[in-house]
Design a protein around this ligand. Structure first.
Ligand SMILES: Cc1cc2nc3c(=O)[nH]c(=O)nc-3n(C[C@H](O)[C@H](O)[C@H](O)COP(=O)(O)OP(=O)(O)OC[C@H]3O[C@@H](n4cnc5c(N)ncnc54)[C@H](O)[C@@H]3O)c2cc1C
Length: 379
C-alpha cells in the first residue's frame, strides 16, 4: 500500500554513484539511514545505502509530517528524569537538529509552529505544567485557549516546529547525500550482513522485520499507524500541525487545503502490532468521523491517497462498527498502559503517544563486522 505523500511527490533520479570499498554500508533509506549517510559522508567516509524499496518508501514517507522539537516525554518530566541542565541541553539539541533539517529541506519543510492540544481539563493541567517548565528554562512557547471551535480547552504553541512533506524531505536529503558521494542502491533487499562489503554496517530498518538483527530480532515490534488524506476542503482551518489526546490523534492541513489526519490506534490496539501496511475498517471509520468533526461537516476522502483510500461511511455504517472513543485523557492513559502490558516495547509515551512513540520505538543498530562465531552486536 502506498502513501499520499509518496504519490504527491515524484521520486528524483539519483546519479549512479559507484562506491568502491565503502567504509560503511547502511540498510534502510528512510530518514535515519539517509541522515546517517549524509553525516558520515560529511566526515569523509565512503558510504553505500541499500533499500528493499525506494528512498522514503518506508515509514519516512508515510507519516504525519510533524517535525517537532523535544523528546518523547513532556519537558517537565524530562527535567525530573534528566535534571534541568541535561533536559535543557537535550531540547536545545533537538531545536538545532530542526534548524539543520530546515537547511536541507527547501519547500519540503514549512516553519509553521505546532499546537500540542489538551483534549480535556485533565490534559490541560498536564500541558500547563510543561508550558511553565519550558518558560522557566527560557524556551519559547505560547499558551492558547479555546481551540477548534472550543473542542480543545487549551494548547501549547511551539513556534519553531515545522510541517513537512516527509517523502519529499527524505528524497531531498538523499539527493544531498548522493551529491556528497553516497551510493544509493534502491530495490535491493539485504538478506544477510555477510553479503555486504563494508567493515561497518548500520541497520536502519525501523520496525520492519529485516532479518538482520540476529539475537535482537523480535525485540522490535512493528506498530501500525493509520492516516487518511482528504480532498482539498476549500478553506484553511489549520495553519500548523495539531496533536492532542497525548499525541494519539494528529493532523495537519497541506497548503492545497487537504487534511491529513492519523492516530486512534488505541481503538484497536491488539490488531495494530503488525508490519502489514493496510488500513483497517474500525480505525478508518473513527478517523473519518474525527475529521468530519474537526471540519464541522462531512469531507471527501482523497481517492489518490492510498494511506486511507476508502469511501466515506455513512452514520449507520459507522454505528455498526465496534468502535469506542475514550472521552477522557485518563481513558487514553489506561489504554496506553494496557498496551504496555501487552507489548512492552510498543508502549506509547505520555506525550506523543501517537506521533512520537514511533521515534521511541525506532531503533538503529550499528553492527561491527566481526568474523563468526565472535560476532558482537552492540547498540
Ligand atoms: C502513521 C505514522 C505517522 C507518523 N508520524 C510522525 C510524525 O509526524 N513525525 C515524526 O517525527 N515521526 C512520525 N512517525 C514516525 C516516523 O515516520 C519514523 O520514526 C521514521 O520514519 C523512521 O525512519 P527510519 O528511517 O528509521 O525507518 P523507515 O523510514 O521505515 O525506513 C526503513 C527502511 O528499511 C528498509 N528495509 C527494511 N528491511 C530491509 C532489508 N532487509 N534490506 C533493505 N532494506 C530494508 C525499508 O524498505 C524501509 O524503507 C510516524 C510513523 C507512522 C507510521
Amino acid at each position: 500500500m502506498s502513501s499520499w505523500w509518496l504519490t504527491e511527490d515524484s521520486p528524483p533520479e539519483f546519479a549512479a554513484v559507484e562506491v568502491a570499498e565503502p567504509d560503511v554500508e547502511i540498510v534502510g533509506a528512510g530518514i535515519t539511514g539517509i541522515s546517517a549517510a549524509l553525516t558520515l559522508a560529511a566526515a569523509g567516509k565512503r558510504v553505500r545505502v541499500h533499500d528493499a524499496r525506494g528512498v522514503a518508501e518506508g515509514a519516512s514517507g508515510r507519516n504525519g509530517g510533524f517535525a517537532l522539537r523535544g523528546g518523547a516525554m513532556p519537558y517537565d518530566r524530562a527535567r525530573e528524569w534528566l535534571g534541568a541542565e541535561r533536559a535543557a541541553e537535550y531540547w536545545r539539541l533537538t531545536e538545532q537538529a530542526l534548524d539543520r533539517l530546515a537547511g536541507f529541506a527547501g519547500d519540503a519543510l514549512r516553519r509553521t509552529g505546532s499546537l500540542r492540544l489538551a483534549a480535556d481539563d485533565e490534559e490541560r493541567v498536564e500541558i500547563r505544567a510543561e508550558f511553565e517548565a519550558l518558560g522557566e528554562d527560557g524556551f519559547e512557547a505560547e499558551w492558547r485557549t479555546h481551540l477548534v471551535r472550543g473542542r480543545f480547552p487549551a494548547a501549547i504553541f511551539h513556534p519553531d516546529d515545522a510541517a513537512v512533506q516527509p517523502a519529499r524531505l527524505v528524497r531531498r536529503l538523499a539527493l544531498h547525500a548522493a551529491e556528497a558521494g553516497v551510493g544509493i542502491v534502491e530495490r535491493h533487499r539485504v538478506e544477510s550482513i555477510e553479503e555486504l562489503d563494508a567493515e561497518h554496517v548500520l541497520v536502519a530498518t525501523d520496525g520492519y522485520p529485516s532479518g538482520l538483527l540476529g539475537t535482537l530480532e523480535g525485540l522490535i515490534i512493528p506498530t501500525r499507524g493509520q492516516m487518511l488524506a482528504t480532498e482539498p476542503i476549500g478553506e484553511l482551518l489549520f495553519e500548523c500541525p495539531h496533536y492532542g489526546r497525548h499525541g494519539f490523534d494528529y493532523w495537519q492541513q497541506t497548503p492545497d487545503g487537504r487534511i491529513l489526519a492519523g492516530g486512534f490506534r488505541d481503538f484497536a490496539l491488539d490488531s495494530e502490532f503488525t508490519a502489514d501496511e493496510v488500513t483497517t475498517a474500525p480505525i478508518q471509520a473513527v478517523l473519518e468521523s474525527f475529521v468530519a468533526d474537526l471540519v464541522g461537516r462531512p469531507v471527501e476522502i482523497a481517492c489518490r491517497s492510498r494511506l486511507g483510500r476508502r469511501r466515506l461511511l455513512g452514520p449507520r455504517q459507522r454505528a455498526r462498527l465496534p468502535v469506542r472513543r475514550p472521552r477522557r485523557a485518563g481513558d487514553a492513559r489506561r489504554r496506553a498502559s494496557a498496551a504496555r502490558h501487552v507489548r512492552p516495547a510498543a508502549a506509547p509515551a505520555a506525550r506523543g503517544g501517537g506521533v512520537l512513540d514511533q521515534l521511541r520505538t525506532l531503533r538503529c543498530f550499528t553492527i561491527p563486522k566481526l568474523p563468526p562465531p565472535h560476532r558482537a552486536v552492540t547498540r
